[in-house]
Design a protein around this ligand. Structure first.
Ligand code: ADP
Length: 322
């Protein structure tokens, strides 16, 4: 469709198992869901994109098993393009379990080292995908995307992203630093900085940046990212105001007031989707931050990464045609 902005999100979606109630001798019932940072953002962006002429593709690899089938059906139902999803025979999606202790504190356990998504950009088919990145208007990736690729593929991927950028594709990046995804903090810093140098829009969370780069506050984080060459930065800070900084001019934007947080999973992912949707639709960065807070504020009042369609905030005013 002419006038449509094409966005590709690139990353991994996993099978999520979580305890449904108390367990006896470690045995109990589990709930099944699907989750992954870039996928969560892709779902929300596809939803918001319907009234804004934004088309979203997800780039990853799955197996040929029933869980992969179910993921694919779910994405398609959400209006996400899946033509670039590789299906690797005999492989499986990664899996993680969420355990909640007596205090409500959650811990995560992963089985993802053999996940199909790790090989999404390998071989001739992978080369073909890399060459097609430049056909998109925007690429959305995260530090998790980088961390699951082997070193050789990661370099090829970053080169292809650079080439896409040179061809006019815009790059949105959330560092999403997860220590266990990297062999060392140094490796993480090196690779994340390589990606950040290519980013047109960086949308990190302060907690992650503080852990890896030692940023004192959102302003220090934004300044560091500008120094790497990122023109537009939005630093999220949970219930604190986010800092929007464009070419060094910074504004704090307060989040929604939420009295009871039910589940903060995917708060940042949903924020990113709403921010990006608003920017693509022509809204300014402050309006985009407000849209981000609005969706994230809704998200955290629901369990799970993806809220029901009915719970999506009423469409913002900058939708195309209004
Ligand atoms: P992440 O999910 O990456 O850890 P954050 O915790 O920084 O992200 O939160 C992302 C966004 O979620 C915030 O910018 C805000 O919009 C929203 N949010 C998170 N926690 C709260 C809260 N307690 N009250 C209101 N909004 C919140």
């Amino acid at each position: 469709m002419p006038g449509t902005t094409r966005v590709a999100a690139i990353g991994e979606c996993m099978i999520e198992l979580s305890h449904l109630g108390p367990s006896h001798h470690g045995v109990g019932q589990l709930g099944l869901a699907f989750g992954g940072d870039t996928l969560n953002t892709a779902v929300y962006l596809a939803r918001l994109g319907q009234s804004r002429r934004i088309a979203v593709d997800y780039i990853t690899a799955l197996g040929d098993d029933p869980y992969s089938e179910a993921m694919l059906a779910f994405w398609q139902q959400e209006g996400i393009g899946t033509d670039l999803v590789a299906r690797l025979p005999g492989r499986l999606p990664g899996l993680y379990m969420i355990r909640t202790d007596d205090q409500g504190e959650r811990s995560f356990f992963y089985w993802r080292s053999a996940a199909a998504a790790r090989d999404m950009l390998v071989g001739p088919r992978g080369g073909d995908i890399l060459a097609r990145l430049k056909s998109f208007d925007w690429l959305y990736l995260s530090g998790i995307t980088l961390s699951i690729l082997g070193e050789v593929t990661r370099l090829a991927f970053l080169r292809a992203v650079e080439e896409a950028k040179r061809a006019g594709t815009k790059i949105a990046f959330d560092t999403n630093y997860r220590p266990r995804g990297w062999v060392s903090p140094e490796t993480a810093r090196f690779n994340l900085m390589e990606a950040l140098r290519l980013a047109d829009l960086a949308m990190p969370s302060l907690d992650d940046e503080r852990l890896l780069f030692g940023d004192a506050d959102t302003a220090a984080c934004a300044q560091r990212l500008h120094a790497l060459g990122v023109p537009e930065v939005v630093v999220k800070d949970a219930k604190g105001p986010c800092l929007v900084s464009v070419n060094g001019e910074a504004t704090s934007v307060m989040p929604e007031s939420v009295t009871k947080v039910i589940d903060s999973t995917a708060a940042g992912d949903s924020f990113n989707a709403a921010y990006l949707a608003e920017r693509i639709a022509g809204g300014d960065p402050i309006a985009a931050a407000r849209a981000g807070h609005r969706l994230a504020g809704q998200k955290i009042q629901h369990r799970g990464a993806i809220i029901p369609l009915e719970a999506m905030p009423a469409d913002a005013t900058s939708a195309v045609g209004e």
